[in-house]
Write a protein that binds this ligand. Sequence first.
Ligand code: ATP
Length: 348
Amino acid sequence: MDVTIKHICKDFGAFPALDDVSLNVGTGELIALLGPSGSGKTTLLRLIAGLEQPTSGQIFFGSQDASYRSVQERHVGFVFQHYALFRNMRVEDNIAFGLKMRPSETRPSPAEIRRRVEHLIDMVQLTGMERRYPSQLSGGQRQRVALARALAIEPTVLLLDEPFGALDAKVRKELRRWLKDVHQQTGHTTFFVTHDQEEALELADRVVVMNKGRIEQVGSADEVYDRPNSPFVFSFIGESSSVPVTVRDSDIYYDNRPIALAGAAPHGQATLFFRPQDVEMAEGSERAITGKVIAVRRLAGTRIAEIDISGNLSHSVEIEVPLSVEVRQGAPLSFRPTITQLFQQDIR
Ligand code: ATP
């Protein structure tokens, strides 16, 4: 089922939790809603589910306006971070629950329910655990039961709100891969809320980056990482540093020294963004930023140096320094960003 969100606003009292959000999602897409705490991810998910009503705007499921339909009418599947499985029900009964609760006209036969539950147990790799109770399962296994239960009703749309948020990093990673497989097998249109960018970039067909109730950018993992369209997205996704610069004639200046060619950039004040790995050492070069090393972090196969470029510790940047270059705390270091992005506007 494709989903179209048109100019959705949601106010809580005077507070705009969502501000003019529009998004078209194709059938079978896996969309990650990514953003800092309070950016409106869960609110958007709840609106798609029908758990909240929009203040204005519309949500279409296919060609049908679903904006004011109830949760039941929308027929969505949910998994939350702490999904309360029915503690007194075995795994198989938890999964079958939604089907058994259907009105008799649409309820599958007991044999059909059994067949579907078996199929789902196989898909979520819980064969042999059908008769266990939730308390006899690990956190990761419980979330797989929760997903099987959401899938059992053959939902129009699958909504996952930080489903692996409460699990440890290793299990989380395993479940991520597994979810991707399950999604490929079932092909449900899926919205996945996370504030973990690695999770979003790995899982999603498209990532929706949210900030303060608005969509900042929608794109593939590569697009939002390689071509962020705002200072917010540049600094939110991946590691980054920024310096205030002036564009004048054919050069970009930091602290009255040219550091890069301006290309077609308009003249004036701007902020130059770059990633720590996108720099080269520039000892003795005219085009360089020079600062003092404040700290050095050793990572696998590389080093990240924090450089004070202001002279008074008010502005520092992080750069990757090759192992062949000597770097000492307190020593001066000159570098030049090689891949950069210039933003004229201030950070929101
Ligand atoms: P997190 O990652 O912390 O879950 P989020 O991006 O999912 O954050 P939301 O839960 O959608 O953010 O909340 C967006 C904003 O709306 C927050 O400032 C929150 O305090 C506010 N908000 C959410 N629900 C309500 C409510 N029922 N009443 C009042 N304010 C609310």
